[in-house]
Ligand binder design. Structure first.
Ligand code: GDP
Ligand code: IMO
Ligand code: MG
Length: 431
């Protein structure tokens, strides 16, 4: 039963998409288990660049069944645009399936996302404005419209009328009467999306369960990152779903013993988009330089990512939260020329030294990182194809990560292309 979860081990954008594509060739089924089109997963194949927001990145492999799991919230318009765009570039995609239990993102979710952010004022989260939080709010309130209802010709208008009535009252309240939605307009637009999506929607949980039972290779594609998890992240500066590896169970129909390997993707440094504590942030010229060299701009929103040194304390916490089998260290090439490097190995809180991220987010904001300074390397790493090709200082950097986190580095990425991937521990990939 070889199954693998690929999870973001930091604050997202760790290059999960690249990895899922690189390993997708070996998979039979690839399932996204959380989030929606707040995600942006980049895959580079030769001269082509694909940016996936809702489709599992594994769909580029024709033999793969690519599933949008029940833990997701799906914007039908965004999904269809993405499908059309990807099909135009690649007519022979894998087979798409969408869980009838996935929740649908509607225009009022996006409107409420914006209005809620405005209401938060200076405490705004810096969301992706894709309506993600409000869509999950409806799910938890047991008021959301799921894909199964959405593509049902009779149920859809009934549910839409019921929900829109309440949402219009809420929109009016939050916008001083300025905003509302017309039932006929929304219905006519969304009915056409439902008609197109109907053939893909069904009971995907049994598809995943049967694949696991048969011993097929099933890859669970994480979105966001563990430190953005609703429960385990830096609340309230988090997303509204469960990006942690455990989310693969919540959002696809399997149980914990069905997972055999968990690989946590982490950058060789750290980035974060949006608001929230970030102890190792470099809010200075060095941070600007990392952003420039690493082209650290969001795949979904185009926003500049906040950049900083590698935080081994946060990473070790993430290794534990996700019970990682191994780490995938990406973007090591970006650090070439930065010398010396600093790595956070503890935090100072007053006179106290601690080695975990406190649960209270305001306490994280008060921490001072304790750095270890290590030598960098001037060499370009993008041509390396085996561990031995790396300069000694780069190897030492990786050993330091392994030692501190007590987690082996299974894969190394030294560029965005598929072949810029060095597998160090093949035994950790499929468990
Ligand atoms: P994801 O959300 O985790 O899939 O990551 P994103 O796609 O948002 O951001 C990762 C970016 O890094 C993309 O532009 C990738 O093409 C790029 N990338 C992936 N791996 C590497 C690497 O090892 N080195 C460099 N320089 N870029 C990489
Ligand atoms: P991938 O899958 C990086 C961040 C947003 C914001 C917070 C809440 O590409 O790694 P939301 O719109 O989810 O309510 O925003 O979460 N965020 C991400 N940051 N990568 C992502 O996805 C993200 N998805 C959400 O920037 O801080
Ligand atoms: Mg991304």
């Amino acid at each position: 039963m070889p199954t693998l979860v690929i999870v973001g081990a930091q604050w997202g954008d760790e290059a999960k998409g690249k990895l899922v594509d690189a390993l997708g060739d070996e998979a039979d089924v690839v399932v996204r288990y959380s989030g929606g089109n707040n995600a942006g997963h980049t895959v580079i194949v030769g001269d082509e660049e694909f940016r996936f927001h809702l489709l599992p990145a594994g769909i580029l492999h024709e033999h793969v069944t690519a599933i949008l799991g029940s833990g997701m919230v799906v914007c039908p318009k965004g999904l269809l645009e993405e499908l059309d765009r990807t099909r135009a570039a690649r007519p022979n995609l894998g087979t798409l399936r969408i869980s009838a239990g996935a929740h649908v993102v509607f225009p009022w979710h996006r409107m409420l996302d914006r209005l809620e952010e405005e209401a938060r004022g200076e405490n705004k989260i810096g969301t992706t404005s894709r309506g993600i939080g409000p869509a999950y709010q409806d799910k938890v309130a047991r008021f959301g419209i799921r894909m199964g209802e959405f593509v049902h010709p009779d149920l859809m208008p009934k549910r839409l009328r019921e929900v829109l009535d309440v949402k219009n009252r809420l929109l009016a309240l939050m916008s001083d009467g300025a905003e509302s939605l017309d039932f006929d307009e929304v219905y006519h637009e969304y009915r056409t999306y439902a008609d197109r999506l109907r053939p893909f929607v069904g009971d995907t949980e049994i598809v995943v369960q049967d694949a696991v039972a048969r011993g097929d290779r099933v890859l669970f594609e994480g979105a966001q990152g563990a430190l953005l998890d609703l429960d385990s992240g830096t609340y309230p500066y988090v997303t509204s779903s469960h990006p942690v590896a455990g989310g693969a169970c919540l959002g696809t129909g399997i149980g914990p013993r069905d997972i055999h390997s968990v690989l946590g993707v982490c950058k060789a440094y750290a980035t974060r988009v949006g608001t929230g504590p970030f102890p190792t942030e470099l809010d200075n010229e060095l941070g600007d330089e990392l952003r420039r060299v690493g082209k650290e701009y969001g795949t979904t929103t185009g926003r500049g990512r906040r950049c900083g040194w590698l935080d081994l304390v946060a990473l070790r916490q993430s290794c534990r939260l996700n019970s990682l089998s191994g780490l995938v260290v990406t973007r090591l090439d970006v650090l070439s020329g930065f010398d010396p490097l600093q790595v956070c190995v503890a935090y100072r809180r007053g006179a106290e030294t601690i080695r975990h991220l406190p649960t209270n987010t305001w306490e994280i904001g008060e921490l001072a990182p304790v750095y270890e300074t290590v030598p960098g390397w001037p060499e370009d790493l993008t041509g390396a194809r085996k561990f031995e090709d790396l300069p000694e200082t780069a190897r030492a950097y990786l050993w330091m990560i392994e030692e501190y986190t007590e987690t082996p580095v299974a894969i190394l990425s030294i560029g965005p292309d598929r072949e810029q991937t060095i597998v160090l521990r093949p035994d950790l990939i499929w468990g």
